[in-house]
Every structure is written in C-alpha cells, then in structure tokens.
Design a protein around this ligand. Sequence first.
Ligand SMILES: Cc1cc2nc3c(=O)[nH]c(=O)nc-3n(C[C@H](O)[C@H](O)[C@H](O)COP(=O)(O)OP(=O)(O)OC[C@H]3O[C@@H](n4cnc5c(N)ncnc54)[C@H](O)[C@@H]3O)c2cc1C
Length: 386
Amino acid sequence: MVAPIAIIGGGPSGLTLARLLEVKGIDYVVYERDDAEPSVPQGGSLDLHPDSGQLALKQAGLFDEFLKHARYDATVFNILDKNGTSLLKIGDGRDAPEIDRPMLRKILLESIPKEKILWGHGVKSVDRDQEGKVVVTFQNGKTETGFKLLVGADGAWSKTRHLLTPVQPIYSGKMYIETSVTPTNPFHGTLKERIGPGSLMAVAPKQNVLAMCQGDGSYKVYASVSVAADFAKTELDIHNKPDEARQLLVERFFGDWSNDLTEMILKADGKIREWPLYYLPPDELPWKQVSGVTLLGDAAHLTTPFVGEGVNCAMTDAMRLAEEIGKHGVDGLDEAVKAYEEDMIPRGVDLIQRSQGAGELFYGAGSPGSVVDVFSGGGGGDDGTW
Ligand SMILES: Cc1cc2nc3c(=O)[nH]c(=O)nc-3n(C[C@H](O)[C@H](O)[C@H](O)COP(=O)(O)OP(=O)(O)OC[C@H]3O[C@@H](n4cnc5c(N)ncnc54)[C@H](O)[C@@H]3O)c2cc1C
C-alpha cells in the first residue's frame, strides 16, 4: 500500500515537510533523485531567519541540533566597490545564523526513518491517467500511483509543476560561477584575514564578486556575471581547463577590478560550477488549485537568490502545509492545500519581486552607490528584509 502523501525531492523543503509529518504521525514517502546517501548539495551556506527557517526547525524539534552547527559569527557582510574599498559593513549581531547546506540536510535526514526516503528515485514524469489519478514515472521505469496528495518539492525544474501551471522558469540574465578557496590553499590565510567568519560582496554594474565563509573554514567564491544562459557551456571549459576558465573570467569581466578581489577567483582551488539564475514570472504564478497535487519551495516560487530568502521561504512552505494537513487530516487534504496555497502563493510572489528589485540594485547602473544608499538608509538588508 502506498503512503497517503508522496513528496518528490529531498531538499530543504521536502525534508522539512517530511520531518513535520513525522512529528505529527502522518504517513508519507520521499522520492529523491540522488543515489543513496546524498552527494553533497551544492551552493553556499544558508542563513536561517527567526520567523521562517528557524521557526520550522523549532516546530520540527530540531532547533537544538541546529544550534550546534549554526554560525552566529558569520552574519557580518562587507560591501565593497570594485577597487576593494569597503563601503559598508552590515549584519553584525543579526539573528540569521549561517548553516552549511550539507549540515542542514544531515540534520533533517537523521530525523526521519531511513525507510521513508527512497534514494535513486529520480522522477521522469508526473501525469494523470484516464481516471484522473496522478501517476509518477521514475527514471528507472517504475511507476507509482494511488497517493492522496503528491507534493512537488523537486526544485527549479520540477516535474510536478505542469499539473498546476504551464509556467516555465525564465533566465534572469545573471550567472554565478562558483568556486572555493579550501583551508589547505596557501591563499586561505590571506582570505581569512580579509573576510573572517562572515562574507563580502563587491558590487559594480553588471558584475559582482562574492565570498562567504563555510563551516569547514573554506570560502565559497562567486564571480557573478551578466551573460547568456549557455555562457559557461559554450565559452568556459570549467571541467577540463579550470585555470584557463578562471583567467578568462577575470580578463573578460574583472579586468579593471582590484587584485585583492580578482585573486579570490584566480587563486581558488575548489571545483568550478555554474549557476545560471532562473526565476518564475511572478505575474503568472497564481494557479487554480487542483485536487491531489501541490508544490513547495523552489518548485512553487523559484527566484533569483539576491535577497537570500529562498530556503527560508521553502521551509515556511513546509511548515504551513504541515500545519494545514495536521488541522484537516489525510481525509481533508484538498482543504489543507487550499489554505496552504492561499498563504504560500502571495508569499512566493512577494519574494520573487523583492529579489528582482534587489537584482536591479546590485547589478544596475547606480551600483555600488545605490546599494549603499538602500542598506544604510534602512531600506533593506540589515535585518534581513527588503
Ligand atoms: C546560487 C544560489 C545561491 C542561493 N543562496 C541562498 C541563500 O543564501 N539563502 C537562501 O535562503 N536561499 C538561497 N538560495 C535558494 C535556495 O537554495 C533554495 O530556495 C532552496 O534550496 C529551495 O529548496 P527546495 O527544497 O525547494 O529545492 P532544492 O534545494 O532545489 O531541492 C530539490 C530536491 O529535489 C531533488 N530533485 C530534483 N528533481 C528531482 C526529480 N526529478 N526527481 C526526484 N528528485 C528530484 C533534488 O535532488 C533536491 O534534493 C540560493 C540559490 C542559488 C541558486
């Protein structure tokens, strides 16, 4: 017999929902594409906010575990111009501690019985059969059906979303090229002195450079550039010729930037990967509720990451949906989804729009002055809001 609730995707939103259902004693199953114990989730660390990510972990009974790994000294954020001059330091003492993605995933995973997560279950498609029942087809050819609710928590390229809306992610025109400076790198000491446990962001029109400390002391470094979505594939050979790729990036986009900033890219020793940044068009987001299916997190409201709240919003989704399922029970899932979506959709639209605004600020012609004006004028940032 299948579980009443199937969750596709074991990212922050799917696993938070799984844990919250576990706490409520409601049966579920998680289908995750990754093989067995997870490959390390990519990307920088995440700051969890009190009313969203932190609150979800409190409701999940995992806040004490989170506190063991939360980095409260990592909230300082230094904004620089392209000459490497510090313009503003914000975030000191902010209640938004950082946690590494792999650690967040580990905490959530360890709180769920192993048999509830089916690894290596990449979903190929989700459709309705002739009777209208939702059928999940996996990449390994197997199918599953009969769930009372299918929750798509499968991120940007959700296979579930089309059952609710035809909307597709749009490329923002911005790409992060991510690399890192590991603790064994001879350059690491210099970076530690410059950045400490927090992060920096150097901004100018069209280009930014970011660096942020991770739990193991390494620094994730992002060269953020305004390019076509296929740029990394067609113009950078990041896998075979990483050193050339770093050089090309600096020459092409950061030629007149301070050496202190460009050497973070040139001297990085970690793997390089690209993150073309996509978002869902907010005006097209609202959808009409359909029976038996809903979305969580990036699957529902994919956004560019410029306000750094995606994971907080995703975990809030999980919290709200679990609350409604708890209230209405497995025989009232349509009512639960209705109440959840009424709350989630405006929250998701608001996040996408605020991130669009922040993107215009960071990459616009007025950068870095406009960024400093907004952050120092109380228009946003210091308390994590925009
Ligand atoms: C470069 C970058 C930086 C970011 N920085 C921040 C930040 O600082 N702060 C912040 O709050 N947010 C940040 N975000 C956003 C944040 O990462 C996301 O909002 C968050 O991860 C969403 O969680 P999710 O569980 O909804 O989706 P995801 O994290 O995408 O997880 C989806 C899960 O589903 C699985 N999956 C995908 N497809 C399938 C399939 N077909 N079948 C089965 N499983 C599948 C994946 O393997 C994954 O485990 C950033 C995003 C990017 C791109």
